[in-house]
Design a binder for this molecule. Structure first.
Ligand code: SF4
Length: 502
């Protein structure tokens, strides 16, 4: 922009031109004179290259209607600027607030996990997820009948746990049975998600038969509902492992999670899928288990898997969706956008997406930001906890019905949050039983966990009597027997905040 030339505006009436006899003509002349005064001597205007030293308007003819509009705007502006600001409010104005309540035509399916002895399994209790009839966190609008479940992730071989997690699992990292027991008895886990990573053909490559033995041993060691997971990327091996695991867990209604289901790059209508996918559905159907439509950020792929599962005899009430569980900082926004889209489709009645959503926030520990000791990133331990908590919260806000987590500290934080939302006061023996180890070891002096639960609810004893439930589990049960009330903010307090506003 040039700064050398000064702008000069002169207004002349051309010799012999008609005089500005009309009102608009006179007003235009006055306005242009004002502009000329303002701009006289200005040497730069943003976006305007000034080259002339003189602008001469001679005998200009303008349509009077346009001119009149422009004049009104120009002359109104100063008046608005001079308007007096409204007085600052000093007290609350009362008004009636109507909640913007909507209703939806669709709802999520309810999926039960686990089976008790009466149902053909050996679990101490079952868990039900899904059933949502309104968006996540919109309890004011409709039913969110089931509190989201947090499952503890247990590996069948040490995945190379970072320091932060070794503090919790260092003593059990090479023994999946001891690891699962510790989660249930010490941390109060209500579900175990067993990752059979040792079967990865690119790693230890243990056989399907070996993996089946691990599944059986974990089922015998703990009585909470179970999920069995393979995600080596090799669909053939993963499905082989799941088929054998499905057999040994027959009747237990476990989740069979396969993270390697591969679909054709282009999904043509009616095209057959890989044989392994149908074998996976068949194993679940024959032995009464739950399958997962896992396709990262691929909504059409999820719908294809759901449809194929139902066509092959897996009921809608035995299917979950995993839209791709990535961590904060690694495109979590894309994963939760996919979840939002699925949730919306489900609520507007699209049956291809009405299966409950699961998410694996434990994947946060796969990324170096959660464990690398880098000074400028702050405290490593707190950062690791925060990475998994942040990922879990993002998934919960988008409607996850089942979370799979690893860090007991992070799980405690998420469960505390859920306590506030769901206030799940324990009022029945069945409700309390869900939080006890379920091993009927008699160490508390009662014959069964159920008898202890009954006595606790009658006020005859307390949950500290249980010799197998850890401190965190006991704390959680006590809180659920007498849950905290939601915080109440008095209107006087809000009024005082308003007075302090600048
Ligand atoms: S101590 Fe009692 S409540 Fe605890 S696991 Fe044993 S039988 Fe059940």
């Amino acid at each position: 922009m040039s700064g050398e030339k000064k702008l000069k505006i002169k207004l002349k009436k051309k010799e012999g031109a008609p005089s500005a006899a009309t009102t608009e003509g006179n007003e235009l002349f006055k306005l242009l004179s004002k502009i000329a005064k303002l701009l006289d001597g200005v040497d730069s205007l943003r976006g305007v290259e000034i080259e002339a030293e003189e602008i001469v308007l001679e005998g200009v003819m303008l349509p009077t209607d346009l001119l009149a509009g422009a004049l009104r705007q120009a002359t109104a502006a100063p008046a608005a600027a001079e308007a007096v600001a409204p007085p600052k409010p000093t007290e609350l104005e009362s008004f009636k607030f109507e909640k913007p309540v909507r209703s939806y035509v669709g709802k999520f399916e309810e999926v039960k996990i686990g089976a008790t002895a009466e149902e053909g399994g050996s679990r101490a209790f079952t868990l039900t997820i899904g059933g949502s009839e309104t968006p996540a966190m919109h309890a004011f609008e409709g039913r969110l009948p089931h509190r989201p479940v947090v499952a503890y992730l247990v590996f069948d071989e040490d995945p190379g746990l970072p320091e932060t997690l070794l503090e919790y699992y260092g003593d059990v990292k090479d023994d999946p049975v001891a690891w699962a027991k510790k989660c249930v008895e010490e941390f109060g886990a209500k579900m175990i998600f067993l990752d059979l990573r040792s079967t990865d053909p690119h790693g230890t490559n243990r056989s399907a038969e070996d993996a089946a033995k691990t599944v059986k041993a974990v089922l015998e060691a703990v009585s909470v509902p179970l999920a069995i997971c393979v995600r080596s990327g090799d669909m053939k091996k993963d499905v082989e492992v799941l088929k054998r695991a499905a057999e040994v867990a027959a009747g237990e209604n476990v989740i069979l999670y396969c993270g390697s289901l591969t679909l054709p790059a282009i999904l043509a209508a009616g095209e057959a899928l890989a044989d392994e996918i149908y074998e996976y559905f068949k194993a679940a159907k024959e032995h009464g288990h739950v399958v997962v439509a896992y396709q990262p950020l691929n909504l059409p792929g999820i719908a294809v898997l759901n449809k194929a599962a139902m066509e092959h005899g897996v009921p809608k009430s035995k299917i979950l969706i995993d839209p791709g569980s990535v961590a904060v900082g690694y495109a979590v926004e894309m994963a939760i956008s996919a979840m939002d889209a699925i949730y919306n489709k489900a609520l507007v009645g699209d049956e291809s997406y009405q299966m409950p959503l699961m998410y694996i926030p434990a994947n946060a520990w796969m990324y170096r930001e959660s464990y690398d000791d880098v000074e400028e990133w702050g405290d490593t331990e707190q950062r690791g906890h925060a990475w998994e908590i942040g990922t879990a919260m993002a998934a919960l806000m988008s409607g996850a019905h089942l979370l799979v987590m690893l860090d007991p500290y992070a799980i405690d934080a998420v469960e505390n949050f859920l306590d506030r939302l769901y206030l799940p006061k324990i009022e029945s023996v069945e409700g309390l039983l869900r939080h006890l180890p379920g091993s009927n070891c008699k160490a508390c002096g009662f014959e069964t966990c159920k008898e202890l639960a009954d006595a606790v609810l009658k006020g005859e004893t307390d949950v500290d009597k249980c010799q197998r439930l850890g401190d965190a589990g006991k704390r959680a049960v006590k809180k659920l027997l007498s849950p905290p009330s939601p915080p109440v903010v008095e209107s006087e307090e809000i009024a005082s905040w308003i007075k302090e506003l600048p």
